[in-house]
Design a protein around this ligand. Structure first.
Ligand SMILES: CNc1ncnc2c1ncn2[C@@H]1O[C@H](COP(=O)(O)OP(=O)(O)OP(=O)(O)O)[C@@H](O)[C@H]1O
Length: 158
């Protein structure tokens, strides 16, 4: 039987720029990504997303928009990662480095895809156009996508 882990991923966008974090440790270390992590017991997905954003980069999101939902599977691992992706331009606070992440603003025209998870370059175009999507990726190791699908959908908004 496969089990599921619910994770969040939040992108802060403002004036043609997007905030990414360089993951310093743990899963995906050495890659740029949005901010997020596991949803904890007793919290909603939205609460988990806001908590991780604050913990990892110091920003408080007042609202989040649903962007995408991706199920990731790794060959030889029965755990499915269900990642809920959000974006926001409605935030306050000052960007701060954390133990886990080194944040940096990037122009949306120069996103460092070669130093990101390989799935990102396939679904970022939906997010950058404010389109919502659903998808599935099967990985071999951390670098190879064996199988995937992506489709535009209407997700309920938070
Ligand atoms: C496989 N392709 C992928 N492509 C893009 N993003 C991916 C991803 N796979 C996982 N992610 C994201 O990476 C973060 C991991 O978080 P992760 O460090 O495991 O969580 P958390 O901070 O709770 O961990 P600890 O507290 O250290 O256990 C989390 O945002 C999750 O959505």
């Amino acid at each position: 039987m496969s089990k599921k882990k619910i994770l969040t991923l939040v992108f802060v966008r403002e004036a043609g720029k997007i905030l990414l974090g360089f993951k310093k440790r743990g899963f995906g270390a050495g890659l740029w990504n949005g901010f997020g992590g596991k949803v904890e017991e007793g919290e909603t997905i939205l609460q988990g997303a806001k908590r991780e954003l604050l913990e990892e980069c110091g920003l408080k999101a007042h609202s989040l928009k649903s962007v995408g939902l991706i199920n990731f599977e790794f060959e030889s691992d029965p755990t499915i990662l269900e990642v809920h992706i959000f974006q926001t331009s409605d935030f306050s606070g000052l960007v701060a480095e954390s133990e886990e992440m080194r944040p940096r603003w990037y122009s949306e025209e120069s996103i460092p895809f070669s130093q990101m998870w390989p799935d990102d370059r396939l679904w970022f175009p939906y997010m950058l156009k404010d389109r919502q999507f659903e998808g599935y990726f099967l990985f071999k190791g951390m670098d190879i996508i064996l199988n995937h699908w992506l489709k535009e959908v209407n997700l309920l908004n938070s």
